[in-house]
Design a protein around this ligand. Structure first.
Ligand SMILES: [Zn+2]
Ligand SMILES: [Zn+2]
Length: 757
C-alpha cells in the first residue's frame, strides 16, 4: 500500500522529521518526509498495510515532546514502488493548509546543559548550544518552511563536525536547524558603551563579573536585549532608574537557580513548575520574610518578578560570581519596542549601560519575556503572553467559521488571529502610542498571517476612534478587502472569558482602568451580560468625577478629592497634601475651585477608585507606571483584615463607591493602613460579586466571570470567586489569555467571529 499523510500543528522545529524518519525505518517503510511552506509536514510511505497503520499510530503516540499534532490526514492508495529507501527530502514551498505554526523559543534542555558542563564535549562552555529539543525558534525564523536557509542561522555555515551530526539519524541534532559549535557558530563578545571591543578570553563570564561589581551591562539574548545589573547593590539600580527615567516600575530579575529563589521569595509548587518549565516566564513571587535583595528592584510591592536562566549564556553569567540574581529588564526605550539589533542597541542604549555583551547572530523577530502570576497556589494568570508561548495557538472548543484578525486597544497590545478552532496570539507588542510600536504591531501581525497561512475575512478593533490600532484595522481591512468590526473594550474582555470556557452566555465583571464606552464614556467597572450575539451593560460602579481629566489618572489625590468632595469638606485635607501635587498649593486650590464649579468628566473605572484609596492611605500619590497606585494598594493590604466591614451599597444597577471612599477617609489613623486597604478591596469585591450574582439569578445564567487588569488582584478575585460559588454559580477566570489588555484582541476576534458566523 501507499499512504500520503499530511500533518498540521507544531511539527517544524521540534525534531518531527527526524522522528518520522526513525519511525519509518523501524517499520521497514520506504518513502519520504518533508516540511511544507504552510508549516505542516508531508509524508509518503509505501509498505505493508499493517506496518503503515502501526507507523501512523506511533506518529500520534510517540511524537517528540514539543511537537503538537492538530490534524493527521491520511490517503491510502496502491503502491507505486518508486522508492528505494526512506528519506528526508528538501522542503516544499507549497502552502495549502492553514493553522500550522512554528514553535515558540524553548529554554535550554537538560542534555544540552550537561554537554555545556562537560569538558570532553565539543560544545563545552559554548553559549549557543541547542538541539532539536531546545533553543530559539520563533525569533530566528524569517520565513517558512523552517529550514536553516530561512533562519538567521544561515549566516553560519556548518563545520564538518556539525554537518555530520546534522546528517546522522541517530544523533540528537539530526536536522536541528540551530545546530552550531564554537568553530562554526555565533560568537559572543564584550564591548564598552561605545561598541569598542574589549579583548577578554571569556566575555560572558567577564560580563557576569562586571554585573556583580555593580556595572550595567546590555546583554543580547534570544528575542532582544536585556539591561542587567546586580540585585544586592542599590547603587547600580538607582543609577539605572535615573538613566532609564524609570522611577518606580519594578524590574524583573533572573536568579541563579530555584534554590536561590527560595532564599528571598516564597515559591509554591505551581510557581516552581512554571519557573522551571521550558517557557521560563517571569513569575511574580511574594518576597519572603528575609528578602535581602535591594528594595529598589520592586519598590512598594509585596512581590518581585523572577525568572530562571533559559539559555547557556544566562547560566554562564552566574558561573564565577556570588550574586544570587541579576536585574534583567527588557531593553526598551520609553514607549518603544524591545531593542534587537546591534547597531540599534549602541545607538539607543549607549548612554544607559557601561558595557555590551553582544553576539553576532541576528534576531529575526523581537520577543519580550512572558509574565505570569499564580493565585491561591493553583491558578496561573498570564499577565504577558510572549516568549515561550508565541506563536503557539490557544486551542478552543468551538469552531469559528470566519477567520478574524483582532488588533487590541492601546495598552499591552498583542494581535490575534482566530482561525478555525485555534487562536494565534502574537508576541507582546506594548503600548501602541507612537510610530515605532505601531510599526512593530503591523510587522508582527503580517508575519503572523504569513506564518499561519491565514485568509483573514474580518478585522476587529476597539470602539475608540483615535487609537492607532483602530486606524491600522481600517488600513489592513482595505488591503485584505474585508469588513471591520468595532468591539467595546469590556465586551472584548468578557467575550474572551466566554470563548476560553466555551460558554454560550455569561455574566462578566470587567474591571480595569479605562475602556471607551459606546457613547464615548469612560468605563472600567462593568458588569455585562454577554452571549454569542451581543452584550448588555447590566451594572457598573458609581460614576466618579475626574478633576483635570487625564491628570486624575496620574495624580490619584485628584480622584480622592473629587469623590470626597461630594459629601465632606476636604479643603484643609487637600491643602495639607499639596506637596504631593506637582504644583503644590496653587494646584490644590485650583482643584478645589474646579470641584465647586462641578467636574463634567466622569468614570465608572474600578482602577480609579482603587487609586483614590491608595492616595488617601498615603500608599501612592503618583502613577509613574500603569496600575501603580492599585498595585501598591494590593501590596499594602497583604496580611490585613476587614475592620470596616462595610455592607455593599447598591442602588439599582450601580455599586456605590462614594461612601466607601469616605469611610476609609474617616477611619484614617484609627486602624492600620494594611487593614483599611484590605477592607476597601473587600468592599469592592463583595459589592461587585453581590450585584453580579443577583443579575445572574434574575437572568437564569449559571456562569459568572471576572476579567480586566483588576483581576490580577488576588484578594479581589478570591473574594468574588468565594461569593459566586457560595451562591451555587460557576466562577470562571482566564486560563489561556491575559485578563488584562493583552487578552482584548482575542476577545475582539471572538466577538467578530461570533457575529459574522
Ligand atoms: Zn537541547
Ligand atoms: Zn560546528
Amino acid at each position: 500500500m501507499r499512504a500520503e499523510i499530511r500533518v498540521t500543528g507544531i511539527v517544524q522545529g521540534v525534531g518531527f522529521r527526524p522522528f518520522v524518519y526513525r519511525t519509518a525505518v523501524k517499520h521497514n517503510l520506504l518513502g519520504y518526509v518533508r516540511n511544507r511552506g504552510d508549516a505542516g509536514v508531508e509524508i509518503v510511505v509505501e509498505g505493508e498495510k499493517d506496518k503503515i497503520e502501526k507507523f501512523i499510530e506511533d506518529l500520534k503516540v510517540k511524537k517528540p515532546p514539543l511537537a503538537k499534532i492538530h490534524d493527521l490526514i491520511v490517503n491510502f492508495s496502491e503502491e507505486k514502488g518508486e522508492f528505494k529507501e526512506f528519506k528526508i527530502l528538501r522542503s516544499s514551498e507549497s502552502r495549502e493548509l492553514s493553522g500550522s505554526v512554528i514553535p515558540p523559543d524553548i529554554a535550554i534542555c537538560d542534555e544540552c546543559l550537561k554537554e555545556l558542563r562537560d569538558p570532553r564535549d565539543k560544545r563545552y562552555d559554548y553559549f549557543f548550544i541547542t538541539c532539536t529539543d531546545c533553543g530559539p525558534r520563533f525569533t530566528v525564523i524569517e520565513q517558512l518552511p523552517y529550514d536553516r536557509p530561512n533562519t538567521t542561522m544561515r549566516d553560519f555555515p556548518m563545520c564538518s563536525f556539525c554537518q555530520r551530526e546534522y546528517e546522522d539519524p541517530a544523533n540528537r541534532r539530526f536536522h536541528a536547524q540551530t545546530v552550531a559549535c564554537p568553530t562554526c557558530g555565533p560568537k559572543a563578545y564584550l564591548t564598552d558603551s561605545k561598541g569598542e571591543e574589549i579583548e577578554v578570553k571569556d566575555p560572558i563570564r567577564e560580563a557576569g563579573r562586571l554585573l556583580a561589581e555593580g556595572y550595567i551591562v546590555a546583554i543580547k539574548g534570544y528575542g532582544g536585549f536585556h539591561v542587567a545589573t546586580a540585585t544586592t547593590l542599590s547603587e547600580p539600580i538607582r543609577r539605572l532608574r535615573r538613566v532609564k527615567h524609570r522611577r518606580q516600575k519594578p524590574f524583573a530579575i533572573m536568579a541563579r537557580n530555584l534554590e536561590t529563589v527560595k532564599t528571598f521569595a516564597v515559591v509554591g509548587p505551581k510557581e516552581a513548575e512554571l519557573l522551571t518549565s521550558y517557557v521560563r516566564p517571569i513569575v511574580l513571587l511574594r518576597k519572603s520574610e528575609d528578602y535581602y535583595l535591594s528594595d529598589l528592584i520592586a519598590p512598594g510591592l509585596h512581590n518581585v518578578g523572577v525568572m530562571l536562566p533559559y539559555s547557556a549564556m544566562h547560566y554562564m553569567l552566574f558561573d564565577e560570581v556570588d550574586e544570587p540574581a541579576f536585574v534583567m529588564t527588557s531593553a526598551n526605550p520609553p514607549n518603544q519596542p524591545i531593542v534587537k539589533d546591534n547597531t540599534e542597541a549602541l545607538k539607543r542604549l549607549g548612554k544607559i549601560v557601561d558595557y555590551f555583551l553582544f553576539h553576532n547572530r541576528r534576531i529575526a523577530h523581537r520577543c519580550d519575556d512572558s509574565v505570569a502570576r499564580v493565585h491561591k497556589n493553583e491558578h496561573i494568570c498570564l499577565i504577558r503572553r510572549s516568549r515561550g508561548y508565541a506563536p503557539a495557538p490557544v486551542h478552543l472548543k468551538f469552531f469559528s467559521k470566519k477567520c478574524v484578525l483582532g488588533l487590541g486597544g492601546e495598552l499591552n497590545v498583542v494581535s490575534c488571529i482566530l482561525n478555525g478552532d485555534k487562536a494565534f496570539l502574537s508576541q507582546h507588542i506594548g503600548d501602541v502610542e507612537n510610530i515605532e510600536t505601531l510599526n512593530f504591531l503591523e510587522e508582527a501581525t503580517r508575519h503572523l498571517i504569513r506564518l499561519t497561512n491565514s485568509k483573514i475575512e474580518a478585522v476587529a478593533c476597539d470602539l475608540h476612534p483615535k487609537f492607532n490600532t483602530t486606524k491600522l484595522a481600517y488600513k489592513l481591512a482595505e488591503e485584505l478587502d474585508c469588513p471591520v468590526m468595532r468591539v467595546q473594550h469590556h465586551h472584548a474582555h468578557v467575550a474572551a472569558l466566554m470563548a476560553e470556557h466555551n460558554l454560550d452566555e455569561i455574566v462578566g465583571i470587567a474591571c480595569d482602568g479605562y475602556g471607551y464606552g459606546p457613547k464615548g464614556e469612560a468605563w472600567g467597572g462593568e458588569i455585562l451580560y454577554c452571549n454569542r450575539e451581543s452584550y448588555k451593560r447590566i451594572g457598573h460602579l458609581e460614576e466618579q468625577p475626574m478633576p483635570g481629566g487625564d491628570l486624575a489618572t496620574y495624580y490619584p489625590l485628584r480622584m480622592a478629592a473629587g469623590i470626597l468632595h461630594k459629601i465632606t469638606d476636604i479643603s484643609e485635607w487637600l491643602l495639607s497634601k499639596s506637596n504631593f501635587l506637582p504644583h503644590g498649593k496653587t494646584e490644590a486650590e485650583l482643584i478645589l475651585k474646579q470641584l465647586e464649579k462641578g467636574v463634567k468628566l466622569e468614570t465608572s473605572s474600578c482602577g480609579r477608585v482603587l487609586d483614590a484609596i491608595s492616595a488617601i492611605l498615603g500608599v501612592c500619590y503618583e502613577r509613574t507606571y500603569e496600575g501603580e497606585p492599585a498595585m501598591k494598594l494590593e501590596s499594602a493590604a497583604i496580611g490585613g483584615k476587614d475592620v470596616l466591614e462595610l455592607k455593599p451599597e447598591i442602588r439599582g444597577n450601580i455599586v456605590k463607591t462614594t461612601e466607601l471612599v469616605n469611610a476609609v477617609f474617616e477611619a484614617l489613623g484609627k486602624f492600620r493602613v494594611t487593614d483599611l486597604a484590605f477592607s476597601a478591596q473587600e468592599y469592592i469585591a463583595k459589592s461587585l460579586a453581590k450585584l453580579a450574582v443577583e443579575k445572574a439569578e434574575e437572568l437564569g445564567v449559571k456562569n459568572v466571570g471576572f476579567s480586566g487588569g483588576v483581576a490580577y488582584n488576588e484578594q479581589i478575585t478570591a473574594t468574588i470567586q468565594r461569593i459566586v460559588e457560595e451562591n451555587g454559580l460557576n466562577f470562571v477566570f482566564h486560563k489561556f489569555v491575559p485578563a488584562g489588555d493583552g487578552g482584548t484582541s482575542f476577545g475582539q476576534a471572538v466577538v467578530a467571529g461570533f457575529v459574522t458566523n
